[in-house]
Write a protein that binds this ligand. Structure first.
Ligand code: PLP
Length: 254
């Protein structure tokens, strides 16, 4: 396997920070990033995978200075799940980062999210798409990459919380593709509670293959969190969303 060297780079950064004694929090973040990337290395080796998934560091509930520390360590992709918090942080953090919005989004927040987000992982219903399209600036600025969040629960309860039903993916994909300021990225999912993540992520991988029949470029699979990133790597995730195993327990848990 090609060990990318990413985990060693973070270990070395942690050692340098430890020697300087200047910023224990950055040292901790570097060590955690090294450990998460070592897990990714091992999962890639086990799955005989060469292409490394992108690690999105989920910074929800952590303050702007942590985002800036992550940037200094080389992180370029961060995830947030609440618009109010994300908008404030994105305004405060001037460093060049890709902001991924990963939480359920109310339609009345579409305009705000368009200001800072590069990727929206949680497109789950036509009404949200309609709001996004209406809020798009004209002339269009950088396109927003949209992922369709899929509800992997089986049977799927009708609580409208876990994402779109698999049979609705195609129609949502067509609407995204038809909108000038939006770009179809692929699919996103959270492993259902009380069920092993592996088979759920396998279903997601199959749905992604189906989607790519019609939209070959829509190859993003956003799956895997701190607790199940190995299963996601094994089932083709291109983007992992990891919070607590990098930043620690969330301080402002609601
Ligand atoms: C919080 C969150 C994550 C990260 O979860 P951790 O268990 O902290 O790694 C990933 N995806 C979504 C949608 C989240 O809300």
């Amino acid at each position: 396997m090609d060990t990318s060297g990413i985990s060693q780079t973070f270990r070395a950064a942690a050692a340098r920070l430890a020697a300087s004694g200047e910023d224990p929090r950055s040292q901790q973040l570097a060590e955690n990033l090294a450990s998460v990337h070592e897990r990714v290395d091992r999962a890639m080796a086990a799955a005989d995978r060469r292409d490394r998934p992108t690690l999105i560091v989920v910074t929800k509930h952590f303050p702007a200075p942590d985002v800036q520390r992550l940037h200094r360590l080389g992180v370029r992709d961060v995830g947030e799940n609440r618009d109010q918090e994300a908008a404030g942080k994105a305004a405060e953090v001037q460093e060049a980062l890709r902001w991924h919005f990963i939480g359920q989004l109310q339609s009345n927040k579409a305009r705000s999210v368009l200001r800072y987000a590069d990727h929206l992982h949680s497109v789950d219903r036509p009404s949200l798409l309609k709001a996004l399209i209406k809020a798009l600036p004209s002339p269009p600025e950088k396109p927003l990459t949209c992922l369709i969040q899929v509800d992997l629960r089986d049977p799927m309860p009708a609580d409208g919380r876990g994402g779109a039903a698999p049979e609705d993916i195609e129609r949502l994909a067509e609407s995204i593709e038809a909108a000038a300021g939006l770009r179809l990225g692929g699919l996103m999912a959270v492993a259902p509670l009380g069920e092993p993540a592996g088979p759920a992520f396998e279903r997601l991988q199959q749905l992604s293959a189906q989607l790519r029949h019609s939209f070959p470029h829509a190859d993003m699979i956003s799956a895997g969190m701190s607790g199940d990133l190995e299963e996601a790597v094994a089932h083709g995730a291109t983007h992992l969303r990891v919070g607590r195993d990098v930043l620690g327990e969330r301080p402002l848990q609601r």
